[in-house]
Design a protein around this ligand. Structure first.
Ligand SMILES: Cc1ncc(COP(=O)(O)O)c(C=O)c1O
Length: 386
C-alpha cells in the first residue's frame, strides 16, 4: 500500500521480509519529513515550540485527555508514576507480560512492581489476578495494552475505584486502540504512549506522550519532563528529568496522527488475511475482545508447543521471513529483576504462552504479496509436518 495515501500499491515480491517496517515507513514519508525538517530549520526552534504544542493539543482532542509530549514511553511511565505520588514501598500491580520499562518506572520511584498473570485470549492483565494480588500497600495498577489490544478497562477501572487505586495505562503498543469506543489512555488517570519510530505511531527515533484525564496533573507532568522547570529557564522546582520531545519529532508524529486511522485499517485487513489463511491450521490467532477491536501492533501466532514454535521460526527464517517473540521472557525472569524488590504471583498463562508465541511480520507497509508469502510459508511448514 502507498502509506501516504493509505491506498494499495504493488510492492516487493521477492527478497527478505523483515519483522519490522519502520525503515520502509520513513522512506515512504521521506518527502514530507524533509519538508518538515526544513521548516523547523528555517524557524530555528528545536524544542518547546509550536509543533510540540500542536501535537499535544490534537492528541488531547482526539484521545480525550490533556497531553504532555515527552522523550519516550519509558520517560512517560516514570513521570506518570511520580506525578501520581507513588513512592517508596508502594505496590503497583502489572502484568508479567510487558516491556521492562513498565516495571523499571515503578522501581525508579522506590515502589514495588507486583507481577500477575494475563488473560490467555487477550494477553493483557487478568483483572481477577490483579484483584487477588491486592494488599493494603497496593497504590496503583498498570494495565498494558499488549500487541495493540486494550486490556479490559471496564473491569480494571471498577477494581481500581473500589480499592482507591490509581490507574496508569501503558499504551505504548496501542495508539489509536479503543475499549467500548473510549480511546486508549483516556480511561486511566494517565495514559503513557511510546512514539518510538517502530510503534504504530512514531517519530524518527524515540518519543512519548502522557495523557492525563485531570488537567490539574499537567503542570506536574511538564515539570517532571523538563528538569523540574516551570517556564523559567534557570529555576528548577524539583528533581525532574531531561524528558522533552524535539520539534522535528513532534512535527513528524503530528503528521502521522492523521494517517493512523488508515494505517490501523490496513493492519486489520492484513490481520484478517492471515487469520483467514490459518483457519484450518492447528495455531491460535489473535483477534478482537468484547468491545475492544485489535489494532495489531503485533500479530502473535500461538503454536501448540515451544518446539513447534521454534521449528516454525527456523523454517520462516530459512524462507527469508523474520519473526519476533514479543516477548521471550516474562519481566520477572529478567536478570535485572534480581536487583529490584518485587513480587510475582503465579503466572502459568504467561509462562505457558511466551515460548509458544511467534509474531508474524505485520505493518501497514507490508504488501499483499508479502503477506501471501508469509501465509504460504506457514502452510508449507505444516504440510511438511504432515
Ligand atoms: C509495553 C511497553 N511499555 C513501555 C515501552 C517503553 O517505550 P519506549 O521504548 O518509547 O521507551 C514499550 C516500548 O517498547 C512497550 O512496548
Amino acid at each position: 500500500m502507498n502509506i501516504l495515501t493509505a491506498g494499495p500499491t504493488a510492492g516487493p515480491t521477492a527478497g527478505p521480509i523483515s519483522g519490522e517496517f519502520h525503515a520502509r515507513r520513513v522512506q515512504g514519508l521521506k518527502a514530507e519529513v524533509l519538508r518538515l525538517v526544513e521548516e523547523v530549520i528555517v524557524e530555528g526552534v528545536y524544542h518547546g515550540g509550536r509543533r510540540v504544542r500542536e501535537l499535544e493539543v490534537v492528541a488531547g482532542e482526539r484521545w480525550g485527555g490533556h497531553a504532555a509530549a515527552t522523550s519516550s514511553g519509558t520517560m512517560a511511565l516514570e513521570c506518570a508514576v511520580r506525578a501520581l505520588g507513588i513512592g517508596m514501598g508502594d505496590e503497583v500491580i502489572m502484568p508479567a507480560l510487558t516491556f521492562v520499562s513498565t516495571a523499571f518506572a515503578v522501581a525508579a520511584a522506590g515502589a514495588v512492581p507486583v507481577f500477575v498473570d494475563i488473560d490467555p485470549h487477550t494477553r493483557t492483565l487478568d483483572p481477577a489476578a490483579a484483584a487477588a494480588a491486592l494488599t493494603p500497600r497496593t497504590r496503583a495498577v498498570i494495565p498494558v495494552h499488549m500487541h495493540g489490544l486494550m486490556a479490559d478497562m471496564t473491569a480494571i477501572r471498577t477494581l481500581a475505584d473500589r480499592h482507591d487505586l490509581a490507574v496508569i495505562e501503558d499504551c505504548a503498543q496501542a495508539a489509536g486502540a479503543t475499549d467500548t469506543d473510549r480511546p486508549a489512555g483516556s480511561i486511566g488517570d494517565i495514559g503513557c504512549f511510546s512514539m518510538w519510530v517502530g510503534k504504530n505511531l512514531g517519530g524518527l527515533a524515540d518519543g512519548g506522550l502522557l495523557l492525563a484525564r485531570d488537567p490539574a496533573l499537567l503542570p506536574m507532568l511538564r515539570k517532571l519532563t523538563d528538569l523540574g522547570r516551570d517556564g523559567e529557564r534557570n529555576v528548577h522546582h524539583l528533581r525532574g528529568s531531561r524528558g522533552r520531545m524535539g520539534e522535528i519529532d513532534a512535527a513528524v508524529i503530528r503528521h502521522q496522527l492523521d494517517l493512523l486511522p488508515a494505517w490501523t485499517d490496513r493492519r486489520r485487513t492484513l490481520a484478517a488475511r492471515y487469520t483467514d489463511a490459518f483457519a484450518t491450521l492447528p495455531v491460535g490467532t489473535p483477534g478482537d475482545a468484547d468491545k475492544r477491536p485489535h489494532t495489531y501492533y503485533k500479530y502473535p501466532l500461538t503454536m501448540p508447543d515451544s518446539a513447534t514454535a521454534g521449528s516454525l521460526t527456523a523454517h520462516l527464517s530459512r524462507t527469508g521471513i523474520t519473526t519476533e517473540q514479543v516477548y521471550p521472557y516474562a519481566v520477572p525472569q529478567q536478570p535485572a529483576l534480581r536487583g529490584i524488590t518485587h513480587r510475582t504471583a503465579d503466572i502459568p498463562v504467561t509462562l505457558g504462552l511466551l515460548p509458544r508465541t511467534v509474531c508474524l511480520p505485520l505493518a501497514p507497509e507490508l504488501t499483499d504479496e508479502e503477506a501471501d508469502r508469509v501465509t504460504d510459508a506457514v502452510h508449507a511448514f505444516h504440510s511438511a509436518r504432515g
